[in-house]
Ligand binder design. Structure first.
Ligand SMILES: CC(C)(COP(=O)(O)OP(=O)(O)OC[C@H]1O[C@@H](n2cnc3c(N)ncnc32)[C@H](O)[C@@H]1OP(=O)(O)O)[C@@H](O)C(=O)NCCC(=O)NCCS
Length: 190
């Protein structure tokens, strides 16, 4: 069921959203991750993530959206729209544990409750399972956002593509965090 507010709507992504979501994906990267100390600038991002807006990247988005439609028990992909454009998305996967990501909201639509709406919908879908995600250490707003939604630092670290410093966060359905498996860089899905 679609969820409405005066400013935006969230709904299951449809295959025809693939090209638009790939553009939101790259735009959000360019807005979020440039960091001189980490040696990450727009050129580095375009080199490592620019593929998402290529035909191959759009096809990968379409596959992820179709997988969520075909296997809603396993895959989740939800989009947030303003009146005339896609402004964010959250995709994830669940089996014994759940993984969250990618999740992005365009900068000019941040702070309006869109991420929290997507997160609430995702956590309801996850049910009683641990949830894992990767976040970038200097992306303080995202770490704060995830912490507010019950995630804690799992202690795992990863340097994505040799530069992007990530921490793995976990949200346990129980009071004590459950370490079930070791994450891989693939969980981040860029
Ligand atoms: C991190 C992110 C997903 C959060 O999504 P969001 O839509 O901004 O989240 P919300 O609006 O629900 O909450 C975030 C902030 O807005 C505030 N807020 C929540 N609802 C609000 C509302 N209705 N009106 C105004 N502010 C609101 C919250 O207090 C919070 O404040 P803080 O960030 O200063 O602590 C989003 O900002 C984002 O995608 N950022 C860039 C990409 C990114 O970091 N992705 C995660 C990769 S791991």
């Amino acid at each position: 069921m679609d969820t409405h507010s005066p400013h935006f709507v969230t709904c299951a992504a449809s295959p025809c959203d693939a090209a638009e979501l790939s553009r939101v994906h790259l735009t959000a990267w360019l807005e979020t991750y440039p960091n001189a100390a980490a040696g990450i600038d727009a050129d580095w991002i375009r080199k490592n993530v620019g593929w998402v807006v290529t035909p191959e990247g759009v096809a990968r988005w379409r596959e992820a959206i179709e997988a969520a439609a075909l296997r809603p028990e396993q895959d989740f992909c939800r989009i947030a729209r303003s009146t005339d454009q896609a402004v964010g998305f959250l995709c994830g996967h669940r089996s014994d544990v759940a993984t969250l990501g990618p999740m992005y909201v365009l900068a000019r639509f941040a702070g309006r409750g869109i991420g929290s709406r997507l997160m609430d919908e995702y956590l309801e879908w996850v049910g009683v399972r641990p949830v894992f995600l990767w976040a970038t250490t200097y992306n303080e707003r995202a770490v704060r956002f995830y912490t507010r939604h019950g995630f804690v630092d799992s202690g795992e670290r990863q340097l994505w593509k040799g530069r992007l410093p990530n921490i793995r966060m976990v949200r346990s359905p129980h009071p004590v965090a459950t370490r079930v498996r070791t994450g891989t860089a693939d969980d981040m899905w860029a």
